[in-house]
Write a protein that binds this ligand. Structure first.
Ligand code: ASP
Length: 441
C-alpha cells in the first residue's frame, strides 16, 4: 500500500489516498441520496451541483489529452531517434493489444457459456423501442480512417489515431532535419514538461471531481436495476476479475518478468480515474503519468503506447461484449454455435480498434457485434440500466491492459527504469507539486 502511506503535504496524505477516500464517501452519499430520493436534492444537488463539478472535472481531463499526446509523442519519436525502433514498438504493441483483447473475450465467452446467464429470462415489461444500431465498418474502412485529411480537424475532434498518425509523421520529419531541428526539440521538451505540470494542477482537484462523479452515479443508479440481470452482472464482473487479477498479471510476469503486485499498486490512481470517469481517453494523462513516473517506462515508449492503447485496446469492453452476447443468445434461445462465437471475437477486436475509449461506447460496439451474428439489437435494452456501473469497471480494466502492454513493450526494448519501478514512492503526487515558487527577492 505504498501510495496510500502518509505523505508530507498539507494534510499529510497522498493524493491517491485522498481520491480513494473521496470515492468511498461518494458511494456512501450516493446510496443514501438514492434511498431517501428527495426530488429537490435529486434535481439541484445530484443532477445540478454534482453533475456540474463532475462534468467540469472530466472536461478538464479531456482538455489535457490532445496537447499532452502531441508533445509527448513528438518528443518520444524524436527521442527514440531510430525509425526502426519506432516501427518495432508500434508492431509489438499492436500485436499485444489485439492478443490481450482476443484472450479477454475468449475467456469471457467460455465463462458465460459455462454459467449460462439469461436462460429463462422474462422479457415482459421491457421497453426495447429506444435502441438503434450502428453499421459495423469493414477492416479496410477502419484502417483508411487513420490518415487524417485535415490535422487541425483531427486535433479539434480528438481523433486519437489520426492525431497519433500525424504526430509520428511530423516526428519522423523532424528526425530527417537533423541538427537543424535542435531548437525545435528543446521547445517540444519544454512543452512536454509544461503539460505535465498542467496535469498535476488538474489532478490536484481530483478528489472533488471523483467525489461528485461517484456520488452522482450511485444516487442515480438504484439497486433495483441490478436484480433482474444479476446473473449477467455477476458473470461479467467475474470475467473482468479474471482478466484483471489473473490474465493481465500473468502476461506481465511471463513476458516482462516485472512484479505484478508492484505494478498494480502503482497503477491504482489511473484505475480509480478510469472507474470514476468511465473514459479511457479522459484517463490518458493519468495513465501516462502512472506508467512513466510510477512504473518507470521511458517517455519514448509510453508516449506512443498509452494513447494508442486507449484507442485500440479495450479488453474490458470486449469482455462485456462476450458476456452480453452469450446472455442475449440465452434470453432469445438462439444457439450461436462455434462460428457465431468466433465471429463475435473477431468483430469485438475489430470494433475496439476503430472506436475511441469514451463512456458508453461499448454498447454501440455491441450493436455491431449483435447484428453481425443475427441477434436482435433491441436486447440491449435489458442491460442498459446497469451499463454505467459496468462501464466504470470495464474502463478500469481497459486502462490496466494498456499499461500492461506498454510495460511489456518497454521492458523488451530496455526502456524501463527499474530503480523507479522498485521505488514504492516514485512519482507519488503530493501537494508540493502544485505550489507556486515564491519569487526570489
Ligand atoms: N468506457 C470505455 C472506455 O472508455 C469504453 C466502453 O466500454 O464503453 O474504455
Amino acid at each position: 500500500m505504498a501510495d496510500t502511506t502518509a505523505r508530507h503535504g498539507d494534510t499529510g496524505m497522498s493524493l491517491t489516498m485522498k481520491i480513494m477516500i473521496a470515492m468511498g464517501a461518494g458511494v456512501v452519499l450516493g446510496v443514501i441520496l438514492n434511498q431517501i430520493n428527495i426530488e429537490f436534492l435529486n434535481q439541484h444537488l445530484v443532477a445540478g451541483f454534482f453533475g456540474m463539478v463532475g462534468t467540469m472535472f472530466v472536461n478538464a481531463l479531456k482538455m489535457l489529452v490532445v496537447p499532452l499526446v502531441f508533445f509527448s509523442l513528438l518528443g518520444g519519436v524524436t527521442g527514440i531517434g531510430d525509425i526502426r525502433v519506432l516501427g518495432r514498438v508500434g508492431t509489438k504493441s499492436f500485436a499485444l493489444y489485439l492478443t490481450t483483447t482476443a484472450i479477454a473475450i475468449a475467456v469471457a465467452i467460455t465463462l458465460a457459456t459455462l454459467v449460462g446467464p439469461g436462460k429463462g429470462f422474462d422479457m415482459t415489461g421491457i421497453d426495447t423501442s429506444g435502441v438503434t444500431g450502428r453499421e459495423a465498418p469493414t477492416v479496410w474502412q477502419v484502417f483508411a480512417a487513420i490518415v487524417p485529411t485535415n490535422p487541425i480537424a483531427a486535433f479539434a475532434n480528438g481523433e486519437m489515431l489520426q492525431v497519433i498518425f500525424y504526430t509520428v509523421i511530423l516526428g519522423i520529419a523532424v528526425l530527417m532535419m537533423g541538427d537543424e531541428a535542435k531548437p525545435f526539440n528543446a521547445a517540444v521538451s519544454f512543452m512536454n514538461d509544461l503539460m505535465m505540470k498542467v496535469v498535476s494542477i488538474v489532478m490536484a482537484f481530483a478528489p472533488y471531481g471523483v467525489f461528485c462523479l461517484i456520488a452522482k452515479t450511485f444516487a442515480e443508479q438504484g439497486i433495483g436495476l441490478f436484480i433482474p440481470v444479476l446473473a449477467y452482472v455477476i458473470t461479467l464482473v467475474a470475467a473482468l476479475g479474471i482478466h484483471l487479477f489473473i490474465t493481465l498479471p500473468g502476461m506481465l510476469k511471463l513476458l516482462s518478468g516485472l512484479n505484478p503486485l508492484t505494478f498494480m499498486r502503482k497503477m491504482r490512481s489511473a484505475q480509480v480515474f478510469a472507474f470514476s470517469t468511465a473514459s479511457s481517453n479522459a484517463t490518458i494523462p493519468v495513465t501516462y503519468r502512472c506508467v512513466t513516473e510510477r512504473v518507470g517506462v521511458k517517455k519514448s515508449v509510453a508516449s506512443f503506447c498509452v494513447p494508442f492503447g486507449a484507442t485500440i485496446n479495450m479488453d474490458g469492453t470486449a469482455i462485456m461484449q462476450g458476456v452480453a452476447t452469450v446472455f442475449l443468445a440465452n434470453v432469445y434461445g438462439i444457439d450461436l454455435g462455434l462460428m457465431g462465437y468466433l465471429t463475435v471475437i473477431g468483430m469485438a477486436v475489430l470494433a475496439s480498434i476503430g472506436t475511441a475509449g469514451v463512456p458508453g461506447v461499448g454498447l454501440v460496439m455491441l450493436t455491431m457485434v449483435l447484428s453481425q451474428v443475427g441477434l436482435p439489437i433491441e436486447g440491449i435494452a435489458i442491460i442498459l440500466g446497469v451499463d454505467r456501473l459496468m462501464d466504470m469497471i470495464r474502463t478500469a480494466v481497459n486502462i490496466t491492459g494498456d499499461a500492461v502492454v506498454t510495460s511489456i513493450v518497454a521492458k523488451g526494448e530496455g526502456q524501463i527504469d527499474m530503480t523507479t519501478f522498485e521505488d514504492p514512492d516514485a512519482g507519488i503526487i503530493d501537494d508540493h507539486e502544485v505550489e507556486i515558487p515564491h519569487a526570489a527577492t
